[in-house]
Design a protein around this ligand. Structure first.
Ligand code: SF4
Length: 312
């Protein structure tokens, strides 16, 4: 039976669109999508390697004898359930298919990031410094300019495996000029360490570069004002994966209005970069019961990144 399974798979690989489960009644292929010479080659292989081929055809006819190779039909009127075309794990089993992101689309903001011309690293470093200076001079959001201590650009290397994007600077970030410092920053560092990342190897930034008064969420016009800075940063940094933390991050990078609880666990994408959504560390500090879900999100992210899960 094991030998038969392998030959059934050979038929699948040759383009036969329907075959029964091994051990069930075996019908001769109903539709073939491969070139006839490939089909013929597969049939020859089966003839040579399936000793009991003569007992498995319908009506007792031998498998090889029952196939009129030149007459193998490509007709569509014999439509039948499709047999899986591959033995690889189905990604839909991990990420429900209706939740899988469509292929990267060209947007008004530009093509998929990795289709952009690649600048030398030193050119990108210089461009990021120029951009940070431009941000420090920005006065597009009067309310934020009035209350901010300083702008908070972003930290980390170019070409990182991962970029974490949060909501906006808080009190500690505003004081120190760095994203994710203070208790939420410590929580993020622990989350990254649990994933096997050193914080220094991750690029970290926010939707906004200025602290909103009283730590209120960003307003839509503020997010729109700051978006070009975020987009240019991502185009220069070119992360391999993005982790969006909190509802503001998903809302203003992806334009998704769903709650973070509805978006987490989905396979998302921004201009060709895979995106994972999870809870913001500040929320986890207030709602420790959600840490379990956040950890599940991070494990799923590691799987998508092709990294080994911690402890495996
Ligand atoms: S939040 Fe962004 S757009 Fe608004 S003032 Fe600060 S740097 Fe400028």
């Amino acid at each position: 039976m094991e030998q038969m399974d392998s030959h059934l798979r050979a038929w699948q690989d040759s383009g036969v669109e329907w075959l029964p489960q091994a051990g069930g009644p075996l019908h001769i292929p109903l539709a073939v999508t491969s070139p006839p010479d490939q089909v013929a080659q597969t049939a020859t292989t089966i003839r040579a390697n399936v000793p009991n081929a003569g007992q498995i055809g319908p009506g007792g006819a031998g498998l090889a004898a029952s196939i009129n190779l030149p007459a193998l039909s490509r007709s569509a009127d014999l439509a039948a359930p499709k047999f899986p075309q591959t033995t690889q794990p189905d990604p839909g089993a991990l990420f429900p298919r209706e939740q899988m992101a469509p292929p990267p689309q060209r947007s008004a903001e530009g093509p998929p990031i990795f289709e952009l011309p690649v600048l030398e690293d030193y050119q990108r470093d210089r461009a990021l410094k120029d951009l940070a200076y431009k941000v420090s001079q920005c006065k597009k959001c009067p309310d934020l300019v009035r209350t901010r201590t300083r702008t908070v650009f972003g930290t980390g290397p170019i070409n990182p495996q991962l970029c974490v994007i949060g909501e906006a600077p808080g009190f500690n970030e505003d004081q120190q000029g760095e994203p994710f410092v203070g208790p939420a920053g410590e929580m993020l560092t622990r989350m990254l360490a649990a994933c096997g990342f050193d914080r220094q190897e991750i690029y970290i930034c926010n939707i906004l570069r200025c602290r909103p008064p009283e730590n209120r969420p960003p307003l839509p016009d503020e997010a729109a004002n700051c978006r070009p800075f975020l987009v240019q940063t991502l185009e220069l940094v070119r992360p391999k994966h993005i982790c969006l933390m909190g509802g503001s991050a998903t809302k203003y990078l992806l334009g998704r209005d769903e709650f973070i609880g509805q978006l987490r666990g989905r396979e998302l994408d921004w201009r060709g970069i895979p995106v994972t959504a999870t809870y913001h560390p500040s929320y986890l500090l207030r709602s420790p019961a959600k840490k379990h879900d956040a950890w599940a999100d991070l494990q799923q992210m590691l799987l998508r990144m092709g990294r080994t899960l911690p402890g495996k």
